[in-house]
Ligand binder design. Structure first.
Ligand code: FES
Ligand SMILES: [Fe+2]
Length: 376
């Protein structure tokens, strides 16, 4: 378990000798392996360019073969470790810049070692550069990060796809980096109590509009759902949607491991669907990728992006400030009910790791539907 999880999970513990020992530098970065993560936008990979990215502290080099297929390799030559991204792609094969070893881009298999003489017995085809399954979905290149030294599952799950509810729709993407451990990024994302303070603005809500809310949650595989409900009456955009559609708005919000929050708003034939993923880059850096699609004729992409960027910047600025405080290893608290989703997240994560370790079915931290109450 990562130090971030550990310190949060025991909010009321007093310092003991054991704690002092546990405070030794943690080596486990607290990542969840064996899931798809978005690495870069699809549009970033063009022609024969090699593009670098980092996921879960693994350096990657990505590119596109001449027939359009994306690939992801570990950005390290198996010969002497120089990043393969300094090499070149001929449309099918990546050639290392140091001694010219050549690797099939999609399988990572070595296809040529130029220095070998006719006497050499080395079996070139047994050498592989690290490579990862790679898929394009919703404008992202997703990489399946299987845990180091393990085999891929026999049947790969598909990369996550955003739900859309009509043939024609608008779609847009935003992102921001947070100088935080993934766990802080995620619990910040699902935190219902920061809205009126961090996202105070004329177009969203005012601090004075705080009122008591009761929301029902239910367990879903690997996560939890805020059951379909009418959204908050103090959020202007939902009020507008209701007015225009002339029908009640229903919102469903899901969180699923490792890092995905989806929201679907429906009102008659009108819909808005969004997904935020918080992806661990390094243990001290994560990135929010936000994609939204809608068929609301009155909402141009430019207006949505204008407000979306403000919203993300507010979260980002808060996380930058929080990181300042977290440098000094403070004790933290999770309170009921506003932080209960965060507690579920930590429990889901711990239970998943445990079930993978033992092979036993994963225990869900929720026993059934639960109503949470908070003021926001
Ligand atoms: S380091 Fe890549 S070929 Fe030698
Ligand atoms: Fe926020």
């Amino acid at each position: 378990m990562s130090e971030a999880v550990r310190s949060i999970l025991r909010p009321d513990a007093r310092p003991t000798r054991e704690d002092a020992q546990e405070a030794a530098p943690a080596t486990d970065p607290g990542f969840l392996w064996d899931f798809w993560y978005p690495a870069v936008r699809s549009t970033a990979i063009r022609g024969r360019n090699l593009v670098t990215a980092m996921l879960l502290e693994v350096p990657l080099v990505l590119g596109r073969t001449s027939d359009g297929k994306v690939f992801a390799m570990r950005d390290s030559c198996p010969h002497r470790g120089i990043p393969l991204s300094y090499g070149r792609l001929d449309g099918k094969v990546v050639e290392c810049c140091y001694h010219g070893w050549r690797f099939d881009a999609c399988s990572g298999q070595c296809v040529e070692i130029p220095s070998l003489s006719s006497q050499d017995k080395l079996k070139v085809q047994r050498i592989f550069a690290g490579h990862y399954p790679c898929e394009e979905q919703d404008g992202y290149v997703w990489v399946y990060m299987n845990s180091p030294g393990t085999k891929l599952p026999e049947t790969m799950p598909p990369a996550p796809a955003l739900s859309v509810f009509s043939d024609k729709y608008k779609i847009t993407h935003l992102f921001c980096e947070l100088p935080s451990h993934i766990d802080h990024g995620i619990i910040g994302l699902m935190d219902p109590a920061h809205g009126p303070f961090v996202h105070q603005s004329w177009f969203w809500r005012k601090r004075g509009s705080i009122h008591e809310k009761a929301k029902q949650f239910e367990p879903i595989p690997n996560g939890f759902r805020m059951s379909p409900h009418s959204p908050s009456t103090n959020s202007a955009p939902y009020q507008l949607l209701k007015k225009i559609a002339g029908e009640p708005v229903t919102t469903t919000i899901d969180f699923v491991l490792p890092n995905i929050r989806t929201e679907e708003d429906r009102s008659g034939k009108l819909w808005f669907s969004s997904r935020a993923t918080v992806t661990p880059v390094r243990r001290d850096l994560c990135r929010i990728d936000f994609v939204a699609a809608w068929n609301l004729f009155f909402l141009p992409v430019s207006i949505f992006r204008f407000f979306g960027k403000i919203f993300l910047r507010q979260d980002q600025q808060t996380m930058i400030r929080q990181a300042e405080g977290l440098k000094h290893n403070p004790r933290l608290m999770l309170i009921d009910d506003a932080d209960r989703p965060a507690k579920w997240y930590f429990a889901l994560k711990a239970n998943l790791i445990e079930s993978r370790r033992t092979g036993a079915p994963m225990v869900h931290p929720m026993n059934g539907p639960e109503t949470l109450r908070w003021r926001s």
